[in-house]
Design a protein around this ligand. Structure first.
Ligand code: GLN
Length: 530
């Protein structure tokens, strides 16, 4: 196993996750089997209980684990499926160590950060690294250490990395430090923050092998030489990573910098010619564009990163640039909505913004505007339908108020007392009804999609809703998984989250259908240009 450890310097938000995923991609393009692990130094066991407005989207894996959004980037860039072991947090590490201590596994020794926590970290990394990916053993494992070098939280992880470096042959582990190269008022690239953060790394005993210079501009050779001189890495190991308009261009940028070859050299891996098919998928030219509104509680893009990417994947497949109009559900602008090619209501929790989301759904339904509802957007579509087509003005979800619960808590949730990891999570098989829109989109009757919810369509009202014209087009057992409205150009909502499994090379069928319908609306002279 070859390890590529990625650390971050200067500040967070440099795009370390995208850089890590992109390094993986350029190696995968050389037919190496690549896997990836994210270390999050926070004390939470997982991301499931964290506020997405602070920490970004909670990503869900096949096995139902709720993880950091970077795992979504790894899955999308590498086209692999990860599991819970690929997201290591301080919380998980300490929980394991404390459980072992209680069991008496440490045989009377004083349990300490070094060696017990660091040993646990190393064994968690090794365990995750050898998890089979698509049935084969990985050859290369990327390990992204979250946070910034110098944080108290990340110290034990960096110490574990330092130990790994000593324990492994030098060709089996490389360290890549991603850092910021800002530009001063004179327009000059500044290397001082990089020097300082490399100094901070060295203080904990780690010397990087590569430095990735994140900047709004390309890092030129003379700046590379300067970084090289101060940080003791050869100039060819200083890699420029300028901001690009689309994240999928980052691997191409690293490729141009020649990173793959120097990396393969350093890791004693065979130098291979890269395959280019992935670039052809992600770099498709756009011939058309559509505008879709995402009506949500948070206008923060990081909260809906998988939806944003899924729209991009579907758009690419249809040669269509999808412009996203972020719309605050509490300040719904109907004139903007009227000029839009599609409306999307994403997942969500709680009552804030519900009124506006319901109005947006009604607007889409009654004005023949393509609608895609995801999870909460599915439940709210049921509520909207019950309110207006059944005349049940008090129809509501048990989660958000009092009234007639057309959306009710899942029966198995009644006994749940804890919040962490207790929703209906991850993969469930779904049977699709023949002849429905969703059947047409997936082209098959058995599908598997990821979930994250506590509430469902109340079985008590399913017949009434059906009689009023709502089509429940797929189910998991007796549980409703999607709905549609016949006669509407495109009205599809899913209890599951198709956005989590969308990949550049395999766009998600509901998103394909949605973007396609948005194109048709625009072509018919409605929507943005109409
Ligand atoms: N709040 C809803 C539920 O728990 C929807 C969840 C979601 O959108 N992810 O069922």
């Amino acid at each position: 196993m070859k390890y590529i450890i990625v650390t971050g310097g200067v500040m967070s938000g440099l795009g370390k996750g995208i850089t890590t995923a992109s390094i993986g991609r350029i190696l995968k393009n050389r037919r190496f089997e690549v896997t990836a692990v994210k270390i999050d130094p926070y004390l939470n066991i997982d991301a499931g209980t964290m506020n997405p407005a602070q920490h970004g989207e909670v990503f869900v894996l096949n096995d139902g684990s709720e993880v950091d959004l970077d795992l979504g980037n790894y899955e999308r860039f590498l086209d692999i499926n990860l599991n819970a072991s690929h997201n290591i947090t301080t919380g998980k590490v300490y929980r394991n160590v404390i459980e072992k201590e209680r069991r008496g596994d440490y045989l009377g020794s004083t349990v300490q950060i070094i060696p017990h926590i660091t040993d646990e970290i190393k064994s968690s990394i090794r365990k995750a690294a050898c998890q089979k990916i698509n049935g084969t053993e990985p050859e290369i494992c990327l390990v992204e250490v979250g946070g910034t070098v110098g944080d108290i939280e990340s110290m034990p992880f960096l110490e574990a990395v330092r130990q790994m470096r000593g324990e492994l042959p030098s060709q089996d582990l490389v360290l890549i430090h991603v850092t910021l190269v800002p530009i001063d008022t004179m327009g000059e690239l500044k290397t001082k923050p990089t020097q300082h953060s490399v100094k901070a790394l060295r203080e904990v005993g780690i010397q990087p092998d590569f430095i990735v210079a994140r900047s709004t501009r390309t890092t030129d050779y003379s700046t590379k030489k300067k970084i090289s001189a101060f940080c003791d890495v050869p100039p060819e190991a200083v890699i420029s990573a300028a901001t690009v308009p689309d994240i999928y261009e980052v691997p191409l940028e690293l490729e141009r910098e020649g990173l793959a070859d120097v990396l393969c050299d350093r890791l004693h891996l065979e130098k291979r010619e890269p395959e280019t098919s992935w670039y052809r998928t992600v770099m498709k030219e756009y011939s058309e564009s559509v505008a879709v509104a995402i009506v949500s509680k948070y206008g923060i893009e990081d909260v809906y990163i998988s939806i944003k990417e899924a729209l991009k994947h579907a758009g690419r497949a249809l040669s269509t640039q999808v412009e996203i109009v972020w719309m605050d559900a509490e300040h719904l602008d109907k004139t903007v909505l009227a000029a839009i090619d599609g409306i999307l209501v994403p997942g969500g929790f709680g009552s804030r913004g519900v009124k506006g989301k319901l109005e947006a759904i009604q607007f889409a339904r009654t004005n023949a505007i393509p609608y895609l509802g995801l999870c909460f957007g599915f439940q709210l579509a049921v509520i909207e339908y019950a309110q207006h087509m059944l005349g049940w003005s008090n129809a509501i979800s048990e989660e958000i108020g009092n009234g007639r619960y057309v959306i009710a808590i899942l029966p198995e949730q009644h006994s749940v007392t804890e919040l962490g990891g207790t929703m209906r999570l991850g993969n469930y098989p779904i049977t699709v009804k023949e002849g429905t829109l969703i059947h047409q989109l997936y082209g098959k009757q058995e599908i598997i999609e990821r979930h994250r919810h506590r509430y469902e369509v109340n079985p008590q009202y399913i017949d009434d809703l059906r009689q009023a014209g709502l089509v429940f087009s797929s189910q998991n057992g007796d549980r409703m998984e999607s709905l549609e409205i016949s006669g509407h150009p495109f009205f599809l909502a899913t209890q599951f989250h198709p956005e989590f499994t969308s990949r550049p090379a395999h766009p998600s069928p509901p998103f394909i259908g949605f973007v396609h319908a948005a194109k048709e609306r625009k072509a018919a002279g409605h929507g943005k240009s109409g």
